[in-house]
Design a protein around this ligand. Structure first.
Ligand SMILES: [Zn+2]
Ligand SMILES: [Zn+2]
Length: 347
């Protein structure tokens, strides 16, 4: 079968490799119909994820058709249309039993190397999914591949970050970063009841995309975000700030944008280890700060329903549909910011 493999920094290739087989009774093998390139795949591409070795199959956003199932799989059968969660939970460890599937002690992330469970990725004709009953969801019949694909990671990641901030009806939500996840935050915050979403990015062109989704655009190149938010909120600050970039600079900005008693939810993938935490102001301002990777299993049924019933259309951010054979070009375009969201078609 064909598979997108990591070859080295800024090098991926489409290789011929053996098809995966059922290894454990709870496994399923899925024939992939669509895969997407995620912002976190770019961290692999840039060589910043330890434990990804040359020749490994990458990718973790996908939809497809169940090809075969192991003897212990109860709820899935060959021919089912499914979307997969990007992280794999076992369903049985203490973390999974608590509902913290993203903290599974047995799990990992598809196509993310040895440090993340050593699981082959999904940018391939077939992918093996461990604990298939836990990690695959059946796609409602009326939902197309492209829309369903967003529920396995990017949309649900953003939706969960907004949920973690406990947005109340009518609140002002500021989102820092208008990349693909930031745009999904705009959509998610509005559907969860935000009165307005202020979308902040350095690039005016990116804030315009957020504006087309219903946000108030705020280009940090044109205006100081802190004074602009203060002006918009009569000096109060934003009720909620969602950080969708990653790194200490934008997190520091989040603490300056949030109102007293407000909430910050950080979802941006960071390469930094530490943050100079604003202790005194957080204490006096009573700030709730939450940071963590997404728990897709917790929220995917909600995003699937919202997408199925037409309340959310995540496909508006797709800029490129490419055949799998052109995956290397897709990575290059995405890394050079010439693509907003790349979907790879395998049929
Ligand atoms: Zn991802
Ligand atoms: Zn587990």
């Amino acid at each position: 079968m064909r598979a997108v493999t990591f070859r080295g920094t800024h090098q991926v290739a489409v290789d011929e490799i053996p098809e995966p087989t059922i290894l454990e009774g709870a496994d399923a093998v899925v024939r992939v119909q669509r895969a997407a390139i995620c912002g976190s795949d770019l961290h692999l591409y840039h060589g910043t994820i330890p434990g990804i070795l040359p020749g490994m199959t990458i990718g973790h956003e996908f939809v497809g058709t169940v090809e075969s199932v192991g003897s212990q799989v109860q709820y899935l059968k060959s021919g089912d249309r499914v979307v997969g969660t990007f992280h794999i939970g076992c369903g049985g460890c203490p973390a999974c039993r608590r509902g913290d599937f993203h903290q599974c002690s047995q799990g990992g992330v598809l196509g993310y190397g040895i440090a993340f469970g050593n699981l082959a990725g999904s940018q391939a004709d077939f992918v093996r999914i461990p604990h298939a009953d836990i990690n695959l969801r059946i796609i409602p019949p009326s939902l197309d591949w492209d829309r369903a694909l967003f529920c396995g990671d990017i949309l649900t990641t953003a939706f969960g970050a907004v949920k973690n901030a406990g947005v109340q009806p009518g609140e002002t939500v500021a989102v820092i970063g208008c990349g693909p996840v930031g745009l999904m935050v705009v959509i998610s915050a509005l559907v969860q009841g935000a009165g307005r979403v202020v979308a902040i990015d350095r690039l005016t062109e990116r804030t315009k995309r957020a504006e087309s989704l219903g946000a108030v655009p705020l280009s940090s190149e044109e205006k100081n975000p802190i004074s602009a938010i203060n002006q918009l909120t009569q000096g109060e600050g934003a009720d909620v700030v969602i950080e969708a970039v990653g790194g200490s600079k934008t997190l520091e900005m989040a603490f300056q944008l949030v109102r007293g008693g407000g909430r910050i939810s950080a979802i941006g993938v960071t390469a930094e280890d530490t943050l100079a935490y604003p202790l005194m102001s957080s204490l006096t301002k009573d700030i709730t700060f939450r940071i963590g990777v997404a728990n897709i299993h917790r929220d995917i049924d909600e995003t699937l329903a919202l997408v199925t019933y037409g309340r959310i259309d995540p496909t508006v951010i797709i800029s490129h549909h490419l055949p799998l054979s052109r995956a290397p070009e897709g990575y290059r375009l995405f890394a050079e910011r010439q693509a907003q969201k790349v979907l790879l078609a395998l049929d």
